[in-house]
Design a protein around this ligand. Sequence first.
Ligand code: NCD
Ligand code: ZN
Ligand code: ZN
Length: 431
Amino acid sequence: ERIAVDGLHVLPGAIDVHVHFREPGMPQKEDWATGSAAAAVGGVTTVFDMPNTIPPTDSVENFQLKLGAAKSKSIVDFGLYGLLGEHNLGDLESLAAAGVIGYKLFLGNTTGDLPCPSDGAVLEGFEILAALGLRCSIHAENSPILFWRQNKLKAAGRDDVLAHLAARTDVVAVEALNRAATLADWTGARIHIVHESCARSLPFIRFWKERGVDMTVETLPQYLYLSAEMMLNPGGEVLRMNPPIREAAHQEPLWAALADGTIDMIATDHAPHAIEEKYGPRIWDLACGFPGVETSMALMLTAVADGRLSLERVATITSGAPARAFGLYGRKGVIRVGADADLAVVDLNRSATLSAAALHSRGKVSAYEGKEVKGVPVMTFVRGRMVAKDGEVVAEKGWGELVRPNMAPPAPRNLNTTMKEILEPGQRPWG
Ligand code: NCD
Ligand code: ZN
Ligand code: ZN
């Protein structure tokens, strides 16, 4: 069959390395059918699902449980993260053999309340991952230090101080990022910083990359387009998420970092919740996170229309860079002419108005209600099959397949060599 694409642009299908499709365990929020429908309509052909489901993806048994649900319902391809927790260091190798795309480490408290491992456990976990070569995605930027203080203030009913505290988290944000990078530097583990929200982190990211840590970084459309100030508008509480959407002053540095390569890619942190969990009088009691997989591509194409990013850069940050970082490049992340291509066909001249009602996700809240976008995905192909057209799903569920990473372990790093670089010959303790 021939498909006319006159006047349209063909991009590699987007790879979203950060979604929460909530199955198993939370069907009231999302499942693999609704989540993957949202992805397909949004031009996303591969998603990586986070392990904070019920049960968490922390063992081969729990991995198989999620795999079964995803295989039977997803219409887009998917990678599944394994958890790196203090309790399952002994499961990391078997999870790799089972086929995880990488691991997820929570260094801050968030949905699912998975405990943050101690630094020693992370060190041991990273040693195992360095030998495997698989990448570890890390939730940093809302440090347990802050969570401790927040909980005390919440218990004391001090909402006034809580709000003040939230606006001053940007320095604390850097702490967990640097702790993770320090441990990666030590072990040689490959890491990926998820939901980078904070302009303060950018010089540190440049430092760690320059030092040779294999670190990739994602930011999200919500940190680029939305601000803490907007949370004061009626209904603005829906923007509550971890790490918090920060003041508008963070936006320009994040855009610049996305353009210059400090930030490698765009993900969405698609984090649907039941509607009633998202609205209420006390912001601290509301669920954190909101949907995004469906609107990300249109928002990035709007950045092209606005002259912020080139179309080539959008293809890289939505597809090429994630494919390279997680060992899929060639199979994914490129435009392939052939019967098995993952493609997003987009109309750069079409405008649309974003609205919650139009979402395919079960979490129908929109952080972007009424926003005008210019540039929308109009057809999505997963391994050659059309799965979405003009905002509607056109494939049977179950077409999606598990993607497994092809990652050679990094060369072992010799710490003594590093010391030799630093010390003058006469100063070396070993002569
Ligand atoms: C995410 C969720 O709901 O699973 N929520 C969020 O606020 N980002 C968890 C997470 O990514 O931290
Ligand atoms: Zn997170
Ligand atoms: Zn997340």
